[in-house]
Structures are given as C-alpha cells and as structure tokens.
Design a binder for this molecule. Structure first.
Ligand code: ZN
Length: 123
C-alpha cells in the first residue's frame, strides 16, 4: 500500500474518535509524512499522561472505549478498543496501528455487504 492510498482510505471513512487523534497529531507538530510513515510501519505514537485536546483539563490514561465507524451503508461498532482515554471527558485517542486495524475491518464488512455489526476489538 502506498502512502497516498493510506491517506485516501483514511479520508474515505467517517471516523468518530480518530479525528481528535489527528488533531492531537497536528497539535504536536508532527509532519504528515511522518504520520504516514508510522502508519505504514505499523508503529504507534505513544505518550504518557497526554493533556486532552478536547477539554484541555484532563490527562489521558490507558483504557478501552467503544468506537463507531461508518463506510457507505455499513456501520461497525467496536467494543473494548484499547486506547488512551481522557480521565475528565472520556475522549478517546486510539493509536495509528489500532486505527488501521479498525479501518481494515470496516472495509471488509462493507465489501461483504454488512449493514450493522457489533464486535469486540481483536488485534
Ligand atoms: Zn478531555
């Protein structure tokens, strides 16, 4: 997969939580090509006790969240997604590897004609 196709597939989805992770990446001043490199390499961006960019009060800690991803007419609800979670407002910050896995699963579900699916996250 080329970096441009990664970018296209990221933009093709409506991502409920990931937009905030992208905001976080933007806020930290990481260049777009570095983010793509991390996506392609399957590496994760990790930080300890990150300040939440949504409420600007809480700090994040390891936890799990429920995420809903849509593509075309397909909706997949993932439970127990491992992610950093804001202790104050519960905003979630999934890493690049997790996001890529979620996108892959939604892509397959859309191809299979799934309308709604609820599943537990599994790497
Ligand atoms: Zn917060």
């Amino acid at each position: 997969m080329t970096s441009s196709s990664v970018e296209q597939s990221v933009h093709a989805y409506q991502i409920v939580h990931q937009r905030h992770a992208i905001e976080r990446i933007a806020q930290r001043g990481i260049r777009e090509e570095d983010v793509e490199h991390l996506l392609l390499a399957g590496e994760t961006i990790k930080e300890k006790a990150m300040k939440c960019v949504i409420c600007k009060q809480g700090e994040t800690q390891s936890g799990t969240t429920t995420m809903t991803l849509e593509k075309d007419t397909t909706t997949v609800i993932f439970k127990k997604v491992p992610t950093e979670v804001c202790e104050t407002c519960s905003e979630a910050y999934p890493d690049a590897a997790t996001t890529r896995h979620l996108l892959h699963v939604v892509e397959e579900a859309a191809r299979a004609g799934v309308q709604v699916d609820v599943r537990s996250y599994a790497a």
